[in-house]
Design a protein around this ligand. Structure first.
Ligand code: GTP
Ligand code: MG
Length: 224
């Protein structure tokens, strides 16, 4: 085959791979800043993806699993560890945000209200926020504060995706049942469901799917 034909064949092959998958390789992930106010967050000059869910649901573990860094986000057996809006920068291209867990009973009512205010104004004002991943413990039925939060996001028209965590702790049949129960509860108020990912940070389940989803979202908005 002539050299030009070989080059063309390689180019066509590469572009077809490119349209089939937007697989993202994580080259770097660095902590940037912890903020208590959305106005103090980094310049909104890159696409941003936030992770939120009840205390101890596995947010920090999921973030570490996604970026393949053991201790980037602090993981703890003590609920309520994350109390600020934590920005990380991935591939110098997009922001990943670890938000405080809601529904932590041991903090005072006053600071729970302050957390709520901080998160709500961040979510409503952060103009570069492309999607909020709401983490739900796969072992539990949908909790009231989860449903309230999901409905609040939906009501505000803010894009969200659901992430079932700790799926390794269930047998496949229990997992399927739990997923169905959560979906059925949501379908009582939602016409169609947001995207849903079944994950385990322990087993690295759904890592590619989540990164692919993030890459697709950045592509479709053409700000990457
Ligand atoms: N088996 C299993 N355990 C997990 C998984 N993800 C998290 N955990 C455990 O759950 C606990 C809480 O995890 P974190 O990642 O700190 O949870 P968080 O949502 O960031 O917690 P806060 O910041 O306190 O709100 C830790 O003991 C983790 O090791 C998982 O996929 N499988
Ligand atoms: Mg955390």
């Amino acid at each position: 085959m002539h050299i030009t034909n070989i080059v063309i064949t390689i180019l066509v092959f590469c572009s077809s791979i490119n349209t089939l998958s937007v697989w993202m390789v994580i080259k770097s992930a660095d902590f940037l800043v912890s903020s208590q106010d959305y106005r103090k967050c980094p310049e909104p000059n890159m696409p941003e993806f936030a992770f939120i869910g009840r205390s101890n649901v596995g947010k920090s573990s999921l973030i570490n699993m996604l970026v393949q860094r053991k201790d980037l986000a602090k993981v703890s057996g003590t609920p309520g560890k994350t109390q600020t809006i934590n920005h990380f920068i991935v591939n110098r291209q997009w922001y990943l945000v670890d938000l405080p867990g809601y529904g932590f009973a041991k903090v005072s009512r006053e600071s729970r209200w302050q957390f709520g205010q901080m998160i709500e104004s961040y979510l409503q004002h952060r103009e570069n926020l492309m999607c909020t991943f709401v983490l739900l413990d796969s072992r539990l039925p949908l909790q009231k504060n989860d449903a309230d939060f999901i409905n609040w996001l939906g009501g505000k028209g803010l894009p969200l995706a659901l992430v079932l965590t700790k799926a390794d702790k269930l047998k496949p049949s229990e997992l399927a049942q739990s997923r169905q129960r959560i979906e059925q509860t949501l379908l009582q108020t939602w016409e169609s469901l947001p995207p849903l990912f079944v994950t385990s940070s322990e087993k690295k389940w759904a890592r590619e799917e989540l990164l692919d989803f993030i890459a697709q979202a950045m592509r479709s908005n053409q700000i990457d």
